[in-house]
Design a binder for this molecule. Sequence first.
Ligand code: NAP
Length: 307
Amino acid sequence: MERAYLGETGVCVSRVILGCGNFGGVGSAPAFFGGGESPEEAAAIMDAAWEAGITTFDTADAYGGGRSETSIGDWLRTKGPEVRDAIVLSTKTFNPMGEGEDHGLAPARVKRQLESSLRRLGVERVQMYLTHDWDLDVPIAETLGVLDELQHAGKIEAYGASNVDAAQLRQALAVDLPTGYGWVQNSYSLLDRGAEDELLPLCAERGLGFTPFSPLAGGWLTGKYRRNEPPPAGSRMTLRPEPYEHLQDAAVFDLLEDLERRAVERGTTMAALAIAWLLANPAVTAVVVGPRRPAHLEPALAALAID
Ligand SMILES: NC(=O)c1ccc[n+]([C@@H]2O[C@H](COP(=O)([O-])OP(=O)(O)OC[C@H]3O[C@@H](n4cnc5c(N)ncnc54)[C@H](OP(=O)(O)O)[C@@H]3O)[C@@H](O)[C@H]2O)c1
């Protein structure tokens, strides 16, 4: 497995990062807490990822209402030091842990949530900690101040920003701190290219890493959704279609059919080609994939071999 340094943080990540957003739910949506992959299914995916050389796992406090972190912690406890010491953990905070619970990036909440993440993960520190969203109610300097404090306390090695736009990132980078945000995790794929306008150039210019999530646009780039056909049973479009409704569009199906033709020409799959396209971008440090079963890792591994 190829590895890369995450911007200037000193953290080394596998170029394919295992996204654990499907463990015990579908991301941070409370309606699905307790759904998604069971702890046993999650363990099978983590075993397959480890065997493929994937050493970086991405989760969040709110994924599955804490179940994603708990699944990872339980899995790590069954492993020896050769696994536990090699896994680079990335977690996040912002979203509520359940209906009606608090959210945001107030310093006291960030500290509390990190402690709860460390408990669920069964570790004393995480290498990567992300603010999961931008908090309009808390000055960014206050949030960065507490992240800096947690870094100095040795509880996090580096911290990054997720779901920020270029103006927000510029504002955060203007705060006078010894380190500051070291990378960005935003959505980026062939079907979501907004990051190209300003964010990717800004990350490259300021030496920040970039780890896109949703590299397959929630499954759309696998080709499982066909023009004028209903979505396959159990697929994300049947469970949580809202973030992807805009993709039900003739131009999107044109693009997907073009991708399919190019994949066939190269003797590969649409999913592998879509991930290879991301990995080929020098501004992309590593890609966060979201497999629901071990076999779903195949396109990401195939992508690493595509020139
Ligand atoms: N920071 C954030 O706000 C944020 C947001 C979203 C995700 N993430 C992170 O990024 C990770 C990946 O995001 P994502 O789940 O949206 O990624 P994605 O790869 O774009 O979509 C994952 C979905 O694609 C389908 N899929 C994946 N591999 C497949 C394969 N080989 N063959 C067929 N279908 C396949 C599955 O859909 P079905 O469910 O239909 O089978 C799966 O649920 C998450 O686990 C999480 O760690 C972060």
